[in-house]
Design a protein around this ligand. Structure first.
Ligand code: SF4
Length: 413
């Protein structure tokens, strides 16, 4: 999903950077109900084409892939960051040098949410932040910077995720022109997936969103299904370039990610997420009529709607009236990219208090209540493989940005 920032209605959108998936059910009953991929392009038969964009990738998950699709907004934002002048430069994808803003922003008193012009955060923003906050920030400030090896790993992972997704449904591309359309596609997908899940089917790429500590968090659950015992199980797929399991620190990041999915999903089905909160954070206009392509797909799905508000109402009703339970089991499947061998399946214990503590620590940064932090000294090994090691002010300062900053509290884990 790519609608972090604002974009002008009617503005033509780049196909590769702004697609959403409409997922076409395989069962006879759901043939006419088609989860969607939307795209700013002419609506022809080609809209049936499959787009890899619908899937996640690599060592990261589906939602992390979507996060990277959000680069245009981030780029826009980074260009308008308070501008004390570049402190360092990195080679970008095209070999040109990219200037990095200084980590400390002088007299700037705005929060990071405001500085980055973010309406909401992705679940993976928080899980990445849990790995190294400073690294996550550099990733937002220099969104173009991705070393080729990592890009290749991500591509391979995307293919694996796509193959998994195509096992349960086909994808359609739907042209869109507004962010309301983009969210409408997300809602249509949800409306189509909920009955499938209720009828004991397996669903993939289920969107989740909810307000946590005053910030809207958005994510995409890889897979949901019921077990033979009737428990609702979440499965997150992580692909690995080498046939080895990740280190504990990486696993902890993954555990936090799936725990956040459960945290938000549970709140959604318990009726704790409201349309007012969603509209407030996303600045969507629910009264705006939907675009013709989205309307057509809605009608094909059997939904008589005219605006985003109509769809929202249906989604929230569906979530609360469909008797969906909270998630019982959290699983992470680690798969070797080349051989598709399952390296391990980890069952994650959901520790609500711990998750809340981590979330509060993350949000304190986003709300501007504390300075960003890099890794603790005992986790300095993470810097060895970090793309930003050469320019990292935290690292150069031996674990602190500047003597003028408040003493750094030990990072909550
Ligand atoms: Fe974080 Fe170390 Fe990278 Fe700096 S060099 S961003 S502290 S991992």
């Amino acid at each position: 999903m790519k609608s972090h920032g604002e974009f002008a209605p009617g503005e033509s959108l780049v196909v590769s950077a702004f697609c959403f998936s409409f997922r076409e059910g395989r069962s006879a009953e759901s043939q006419s109900l088609c989860p969607v991929q939307s795209c700013a392009m002419a609506e022809t038969e080609e809209e049936e084409m499959v787009s890899a964009e619908a899937s996640g990738f690599s060592d990261v998950s589906d939602s992390e892939f979507l996060e990277i699709l959000d680069l245009d907004d981030s780029q826009e934002s980074s260009a308008s960051l308070s501008n004390p002048g570049p402190s360092s430069e990195l080679p970008g994808k095209d070999g040109k040098l990219i200037s990095l803003p200084k980590g400390k922003r002088g007299l700037d008193v705005s929060s990071p949410m405001e500085r980055f012009h973010l309406n909401y955060l992705y679940v993976t923003d928080l899980s990445t932040q849990n790995w190294c906050e400073q690294q996550m920030i550099y990733g937002k400030e220099v969104p173009d910077f991705l070393v080729p090896e990592k890009a290749a790993v991500l591509d391979t992972g995307a293919s694996i995720h796509l193959a998994r997704e195509l096992e349960v449904h086909d994808l359609r591309t739907v042209p869109i022109t507004t962010k309301e359309d983009a969210w409408a596609v997300k809602f249509l997908n949800m409306l189509l997936m909920i009955p499938t899940l209720q009828s004991e089917g397996r669903i993939r790429e289920f969107p989740v969103f909810g307000e946590v500590d005053g910030v809207l968090l958005v994510g995409v659950i890889d897979e949901l299904h019921y077990t033979a015992k009737g428990e609702l199980e979440l499965v997150e797929l992580k692909t690995r370039r080498r046939p080895v399991l990740p280190l504990e620190a990486q696993k902890n990041k993954d555990y936090f990610q799936v725990s956040l999915y459960k945290y938000i999903f549970d709140a959604m089905v318990q009726g704790k997420v409201t349309t007012a909160s969603l509209i407030h954070h996303t600045k969507l206009h629910p009264e705006k009529p939907l675009g013709p392509s989205v309307l057509r797909h809605a009608q094909q799905g059997g939904f008589s709607v005219k605006s985003l508000g109509d769809l929202m109402e249906l989604v929230f009703l569906s979530l609360t009236l469909s008797d969906l339970p909270v998630i019982d089991i959290l699983k992470i499947e680690y798969i070797h990219q080349e051989t598709a061998t399952v390296l391990a399946t980890e069952v994650v214990a959901f520790e609500e208090k711990e998750v809340r503590g981590k979330v509060q620590h993350c949000m304190a940064y986003w709300m501007g209540h504390r300075e960003p932090q890099g890794v603790d000294i005992e986790e300095a090994w993470k810097c060895r493989t970090c793309n930003y090691a050469d320019i990292c002010e935290w690292r150069q300062g031996g674990g602190v940005h500047s003597s003028t900053l408040e003493p750094q509290a030990k990072k909550a884990k």
